[in-house]
Design a protein around this ligand. Structure first.
Ligand SMILES: Cc1ncc(COP(=O)(O)O)c(C=O)c1O
Length: 413
């Protein structure tokens, strides 16, 4: 970007890149066809209990991701919980999760009485480091939850191969990965179970919702019973022909027909949306390539299109040492761009209140998750990747301008 070095930061009295605050694409999407169908379902009075919309959605979503079975639930925390329970995880077991993820990945483990073990992440993808996963395994390890975080995905080949050798179940947390692909097939269809969230902010959203995908008929059967108070799949309400296996504690985690209607409408457009996100991410990345001090989250090895729940980029110490992250955020805001940060390690989160006896930090610490990844990494929500070209180019210009003026930020009081 020519002459960017000469431009004074807006926070220091210079001209901002954008006179107005930039705006991302409007979210969530709404359309008349979905509103009409919602009204029809409302008038039908059939709102729950595995109705035609739920059946169609689970089939369509599973097929889209290359999985045989889908079990629809009311959020992406209970899907994780049921995924673990379907694999027989319970008290006395350990489950390895990446240190950098949303709280729910680990609270789901503790909710079923197992112990969370935090393993460090790969500094480039920000997803679980397979070697750190391997080092965290003990005789108690029953499952691992790789999380496909923001705009990347965990190294499934490495993680699955380590897990298979030790008889460890693999549950992919795909809350950020609707429509994302690994070696040409959908994320969530590679491990034993894939767990997705459809909460308000997600790339595919119905306000609240979640689904488990699996290719294993037995696990699918357990998952269905777990979310539907013990009923087997395709059993009419009130007409149970068989009970759940002993010890499988079942719940009412059902979602409604309304959620399925909203998701079916969006699923039809997911390819197009992800195509747009990937094109715009590439455009941003091309403009920022080679700018010293900026390191964009690397796409997952062998990944296809990314779902891009978020676009993440670290401000590296070689340029930004001594510049607090909140000063970078203030500088970006003054240029017209509000910028968020990462979750940070779960065990340092304000809402993580579990006693030390219920979790373990592998090797005593996770330096990558505790360092740059959490303290100086910007995350733009996916809606920014749906902006027009002018906004994308302004975003690139803002980050390049900030990097060129790191010295000025460092000296600022
Ligand atoms: C990585 C990850 N896992 C799980 C969840 C839980 O999903 P839900 O909010 O639908 O319970 C989220 C939600 O943000 C998430 O980001």
């Amino acid at each position: 970007m020519k002459d960017i070095k000469m431009e004074k930061l807006a926070i220091a009295g210079g001209k901002p890149v954008s006179a107005e605050q930039l705006k991302p694409m409007a979210w969530p999407p709404r359309d008349k066809a979905t509103a009409k169908r919602l009204n029809e379902v409302y008038m039908s009075g059939k709102w729950s209990f595995n109705g035609p919309e739920e059946q169609a959605f689970t089939k369509e979503f599973a097929a889209y991701h290359g999985a045989k079975y889908g079990v629809f639930m009311f959020n992406g925390t209970v899907t994780l919980r049921c995924a673990l329970a379907s694999c027989g995880v319970g008290p006395g077991d350990e489950v390895i999760v990446p240190a950098l993820t949303f709280l729910a990945t680990s609270t789901a483990v503790n909710q079923i009485g197992a112990k969370t073990v935090f393993a460090d992440i790969d500094p480039l993808t920000l997803c679980m480091d397979p070697q750190k996963f391997k080092e965290a395994i003990t005789s108690k390890t029953k499952a691992v939850i790789p999380v496909h975080l923001y705009g990347s995905n965990a190294d499934l080949d490495a993680i699955i191969s380590i897990a298979r050798k030790r008889g460890i179940f693999v549950i992919e947390d795909c809350a950020h990965a609707q429509g994302g692909k690994w070696k040409g097939r959908g994320l969530g269809s590679w491990g034993d179970v894939g767990s997705f969230s459809f909460q308000q902010s997600k790339t595919l959203s119905c306000g609240e919702g979640g689904i488990c995908l699996t290719n294993d008929e037995k696990l699918a059967g357990f998952l269905y019973r777990l979310k539907h108070i013990g009923y087997a799949a395709n059993t009419a309400q009130g007409k149970a022909a068989s009970g759940p296996p002993a010890g499988l504690i079942c719940n009412n985690f059902r979602a409604t027909e309304f959620q399925a209607v909203v998701l079916r409408g969006q699923l039809k457009k997911l390819d197009k949306l992800i195509g747009l996100y990937n094109r715009n991410a590439l455009r941003l990345e091309k403009q920022l390539a080679g700018v010293p001090g900026l390191r964009i989250q690397t796409r997952g090895r062998l990944s296809g299109p990314q779902s891009y729940y978020g676009w993440a980029m670290a401000f590296e110490d070689e340029v930004f040492a001594g510049v607090p992250f909140n000063r970078i955020q203030e500088a970006a805001k003054a240029e017209g761009l509000p910028v968020g940060g990462t979750y940070g390690p779960v065990y340092k989160h304000m809402l993580w209140n579990l006693p030390k006896s219920t979790y373990r930090i592998a090797n005593g610490k996770c330096p990558v998750a505790e360092g740059l990844a959490s303290t100086k990494t910007a995350v733009l929500a996916h809606q920014w990747l749906g902006s027009d070209i002018a906004t994308i180019d302004s975003i690139a210009r803002i980050f390049a301008k900030i990097a060129a003026n790191a010295d000025a930020l460092r000296k600022m009081k």
